[in-house]
Ligand binder design. Structure first.
Ligand SMILES: [Zn+2]
Ligand SMILES: [Zn+2]
Length: 102
């Protein structure tokens, strides 16, 4: 698994996140079995927005895309753009799974 500065996500939350995106990698948009999906934390240095709304800090990606992200052909700007373009329902579900600090 690529080195990823993980936020504290429980195995239960991880399972729910995979269901929220319907087992679809948020980078390549292909369907993968859950064991093939991983949670990527976008930045080592979370912004205020990411702390308030942790859903903006993670991407659910397949192992191949995850390795790709860490070899950095995928800039943080691009990763954040992917988060921004999530569908309403996926964003809502992920926020429910990862409630932010109030
Ligand atoms: Zn992928
Ligand atoms: Zn990662």
């Amino acid at each position: 698994m690529p080195e990823c500065t993980r936020m504290s996500i429980t195995p239960v939350q991880e399972e729910k996140l995979k269901i929220a995106v319907e087992n679809t990698c948020e980078l390549c948009h292909d369907y993968h079995p859950a064991v093939f999906l991983e949670i990527h934390s976008i930045s080592r240095h979370p912004t205020k927005e990411m702390k308030r709304d942790p859903s903006t800090r993670i991407l659910v990606v397949c192992q191949i895309c995850h390795a790709h992200i860490h070899q950095l052909p995928v800039s943080i700007g691009k990763q954040r753009a992917l988060v921004k373009h999530r569908s309403f329902y996926i964003r809502r579900d992920i926020r429910r799974i990862l409630p932010g600090s109030k």
